[in-house]
Design a protein around this ligand. Structure first.
Ligand SMILES: *[C@@H]1O[C@H](CO)[C@@H](O)[C@H](O)[C@H]1NC(C)=O
Length: 340
């Protein structure tokens, strides 16, 4: 008799334990659902049906868990639940939306006008934003034309430095009108291709006269040129010292591997550690500096709006042992040369 009573109590105890665990799980799910709903509103997402929404919720939950566990660790940078939080890293990696760098053409050897500068004579920190040579953060949205944004950021820089005027230039003109070789608008392209287009086109117009639409469109001919460039040069590959010489003198287009989960959710600090080198995204190096703990970094301008990174910007460790640089940033940098 006593035995069966103990057995009964044991079952009861177990049941109580199970239901309280369940309650806690439900409670955190309720909080997570609430968080997901707020995130949907914040980013203006719309789902086809309840099944899609339920599937996206599971991905969101998994990403939040990854982000929180990363942030609990000891890292020099941190992650945030940004606009990509309902995408798996596989989806983020495989889609060209938001990316679109296509380094298909072989680099034509160019000169490197900064080759004879001494690294020791360069300033220890440079930030072209403080010199008025960087326009506000833009957003390429669901169009794989990062390459146009990267090239435009570098051109806006050199135009400001050679004319004194900061003019926001048109990515859409490049997307619609530069349809040569590897350059395919939202389907991807290459920064050097964009520079070549602008040289042949006799210039590029302003953002306001040819605004961004985030889709491929028909080329509007006869746009009035607002700025021109003389040429472009490639920075010697896999050489962060050479990249430093260039960035000390002007904003530079760089390609990176942006397919990693930490890149996807980067929210601030100096990105360090392992990263891929399969270049799939074009951004612009707009400076460099040193943290108080001695960590050297590049400052980069992205085109994913201001809800990603440090209000749209990114810092990545500089002068790492891998000559290709963080996420391959030293593999294919290039820059336009001054206005004609
Ligand atoms: C760098 O120096 C070398 C040797 O003096 C010279 O031949 C070369 O033209 C210089 N490069 C540039 C870009 O001025």
């Amino acid at each position: 008799m006593a035995g069966s009573k103990a057995f009964f109590l044991a079952i009861l105890g177990c049941a109580c334990l199970c239901s309280s665990v369940l309650a806690v799980r439900e409670l955190s799910d309720v909080a997570m659902v609430d968080r997901f709903e707020r995130w949907i509103v914040e980013h203006g997402h719309v789902y086809e049906d309840a099944a899609e929404k339920a599937r996206r919720f599971e991905v969101f939950k998994d990403n939040v868990a990854f982000i929180e566990s990363f942030n609990a660790g000891n890292n020099k940078f941190w992650l945030g639940v940004n606009q990509f939080a309902d995408l798996t890293v596989g989806e983020f990696k495989s889609t060209i939306a938001n990316k679109g760098f296509k380094p298909i053409s072989a680099n034509v050897p160019t000169g490197f006008k900064y080759e004879n500068l001494s690294v020791n004579a360069l300033p220890t920190s440079v930030d072209w934003r403080t010199k008025g040579a960087v326009t506000p953060i833009k957003n390429q949205e669901q169009c794989g034309c990062c390459w146009a944004f990267s090239a435009v950021a570098a051109m806006e820089g050199i135009v400001k430095l050679s004319t004194g005027r900061l003019i926001s230039l048109s990515e859409q003109e490049i997307v619609d009108c530069d349809t040569h070789d590897t350059d395919e608008g939202c389907g991807g392209g290459w920064m050097d291709g964009a520079f070549e287009f602008v040289i042949k086109n006799g210039g590029i117009t302003t953002e306001s006269s040819y605004p961004y639409k985030a889709v491929d469109g028909k080329c509007k001919g006869g746009s009035k040129s607002a700025a021109t460039i003389k040429g472009y040069e490639d920075v010697p590959a896999n050489n962060e010292a050479a990249l430093m010489k260039a960035v000390a003198n002007q904003p530079v287009s760089v390609a990176v591997d942006a397919g990693g989960r930490t890149f996807m959710f980067y929210s601030g600090g100096v990105m360090t550690g392992s990263c891929g080198t399969e270049l799939d995204h074009g951004i612009a190096a707009i400076g460099y500096g040193v943290e108080s703990d001695g960590t050297k970094y590049w400052i980069l301008k992205n085109s994913w709006g201001t809800t990603w990174g440090e209000k749209g910007f990114l810092r990545m460790e500089k002068d790492i042992s891998d000559k290709r640089g963080m996420c391959g940033l030293a593999m294919k940098p290039s820059y336009p040369t001054e206005q004609k």
